[in-house]
Design a protein around this ligand. Structure first.
Ligand code: SF4
Length: 196
């Protein structure tokens, strides 16, 4: 008999179900019971997936301050209970031991990263941003007057060495602040990751 991968999986599933029901197991009830046990004592919070601008709604089940289970929120009009695989990995964002929890710095020429404090990182970024802004600031530009054809110098006041890039990971309020920051620092290069 020639069995494809798909039909093999189907057959295996059916065999397990038939075996279980032959032994008197009700798989559906067992699954529901397992689910109920897992969520016992949990509080339920609604939240939004931060991975993309889809903004799917989630239900977070929390016990003793720790996320125990998450699933799509069936009452959310955007995703109606569905979630894509990225959202399923959200718990790792909070608990993965691989996740860096503080800023890291690699000195020029070094192959090693070192942990630095948030104050140190903010100070360093601020100094670098100021240095780049000062060194690349363009106050005026020469243009050709469209009517007269003559060259003239006009004020432009822009930070040409700095670009600001938005992210699907940030929310409306953060986007607002980032846009304000781009205007404040004077860069004309303000883009969003989704357009690149
Ligand atoms: S669940 Fe998937 S589609 Fe929905 S917001 Fe998260 S990443 Fe985007």
């Amino acid at each position: 008999m020639n069995v494809s991968r798909r039909s093999f999986l189907k057959l295996s599933g059916l065999s397990v179900a038939a075996f279980a029901s032959g032994l008197g197991f009700d798989l559906k009830a067992a699954k529901a019971q397992g689910y109920a046990l897992k969520l016992e004592g949990c509080t339920k919070e609604t939240s939004i997936c931060h991975f993309c601008s889809g903004g799917c709604g989630m239900l977070l089940h929390i016990k003793n301050g720790k996320l125990v289970h998450l699933e799509g929120d069936p009452d959310n009009p955007i995703n109606e209970g569905g979630l894509c695989p990225k959202a399923a990995s959200l718990a790792s964002v909070a608990y993965s031991p691989e996740r860096p929890k503080q800023p890291m710095y690699r000195a020029p020429g070094s192959k090693d990263w070192q942990n630095i404090s948030w104050d140190e990182a903010i100070e360093r970024i601020a100094k670098k941003a100021k240095e780049i802004r000062d060194n690349t600031w363009k106050a005026t530009e020469e243009i050709t007057n469209a009517k007269t054809g003559e060259k003239e110098t006009v004020p432009v006041n822009r930070a040409e060495g700095i670009a600001v890039i938005g992210s699907a990971e940030i929310d409306n309020e953060e986007c607002y602040l980032l846009t304000k920051f781009a205007r404040l620092i004077g860069t004309p290069y303000h883009e969003h990751q989704a357009r690149i």
